[in-house]
Design a protein around this ligand. Structure first.
Ligand SMILES: [Zn+2]
Length: 363
């Protein structure tokens, strides 16, 4: 039987409140499992409705399915921690790690043993007790040392009276989002250190775990502000553009009011140094970003009357740009925070500056 799929309606494959099995077989072929449908009932009197809205032009279909499945959950089934987890200031891989922890699916020795995938080894960190999720992140003496060290660092008492995997530390509202993010990142780094102990024979470094967790959260808190910068790159460039150079100069510490002319000189010097480094390292960089329109305009249209002080520097930069075949763009400062932070770090670190001027060796 030929089926006109465009004109096919549900009533073509039903009889009253039952599925018409013969018709279904005509439409879908013999591989269609009619038995699967026997458990579902048909209500011929109610209106039809979409299971999920098909307007998916700007969305991934998976996001719609996920939303649909979640909206059907009753209140008791949906744990408020999921909403909070996705909003933490941590890397996506760290969120995914916690997702497996909260589902009790982290591949600890005990979990692998339950799946008959390995022996029930004792904890890789202390070697004293069975390696379960709650032992590893809560009761283990090494984990306790990490949390104590972190508590002192952030001046907040961190403890898990009813265990780590239940996630009450995330949902009970006693901790700020910042603290919860730090705990999440620390747990992730405890897990990574645990893997390094097993697979690389590494020695666990408690202060390093706490410090790396703090900088992880700091980095991901700041990166939210750089989203516009990410979008700039994503929307305007492709992988073929490869590397980008972001240039920024930071005023000397203590200088509150820096003269416009000096700041321009600093911007040009920073760009000059950066371009020389690109050439020295034989990097192929076609797009360079600065964050002041003045820098861009005097490079593109130097005015001998007003910019005579920088003539040699401008000529130098223009010839470097020509040699590299690069073009310069201007972006707001907030879109290039890593470059701005590096420049500020450089100003505060005399070692870096002395090294740059050839007067000091790097440590
Ligand atoms: Zn242990």
């Amino acid at each position: 039987m030929d089926v006109d799929v465009d004109c096919l309606t549900i009533s073509d494959v039903t009889i009253g409140d039952r599925w018409n099995e013969t018709q279904l077989e005509h439409v879908f072929g013999t591989n269609f499992n009619v038995q699967e449908l026997t458990s579902s009932s048909i209500d011929p009197n109610s209106c039809n409705h979409w299971i999920w809205n098909p307007h998916t032009r700007h969305h991934k279909i998976s996001a719609f399915v996920y939303k649909h499945l979640n909206q059907n959950l009753t209140q008791s089934e949906s744990w408020p921690g999921w909403q909070l987890l996705w909003k933490l200031n941590i890397a996506p891989r760290t969120k995914h790690f916690l997702w497996t922890v909260f589902h009790g699916r982290l591949s600890t020795s005990n979990f692998l043993f339950q799946l008959r995938l390995g022996p029930n080894n004792t904890c890789a960190l202390c070697g004293l007790f069975p390696e379960t999720i709650d032992h590893l992140f809560c009761q283990c003496i090494i984990a306790k040392h990490v949390w104590n060290y972190l508590s002192l660092k952030i001046n907040t008492y961190i403890h898990f009276p009813i265990g780590f995997a239940v996630g009450s530390w995330l949902t009970d509202g006693n901790l700020s989002k910042h603290c919860a993010s730090i705990i999440a990142a620390t747990a992730w780094l405890i897990w990574k250190s645990h893997c390094d102990v097993i697979f690389r024979n590494a020695i666990i470094n408690i202060p390093a775990i706490a410090c790396r967790a703090l900088s992880h959260v700091q980095e991901y808190t700041a990166s939210n502000r750089c989203l516009a910068g990410h979008k700039l790159i994503l929307n305007n460039f492709s992988c073929a553009n490869e590397l980008f150079l972001f240039s920024h100069s930071s005023p000397n510490p203590g200088c509150c009011a820096i003269a416009m002319i000096d700041s321009l000189m600093d911007e040009l010097s920073a760009l000059d140094v950066a371009l020389h480094s690109v050439l020295d390292n034989r990097l192929n960089i076609k797009h360079i970003f600065v964050n002041t329109t003045t820098t861009l305009s005097i490079l593109n249209h130097p005015n001998p009357v007003t910019t005579w002080r920088f003539n040699s520097q401008i000529a130098n930069i223009r010839s470097l740009l020509e040699e590299l075949g690069s073009s310069i763009h201007c972006t707001p400062k907030t879109w290039m925070l890593p470059a701005v932070n590096l420049a500020t770090h450089g100003v505060n670190s005399s070692d870096i500056n002395l090294f740059l001027f050839g007067r000091e060796l790097p440590h």
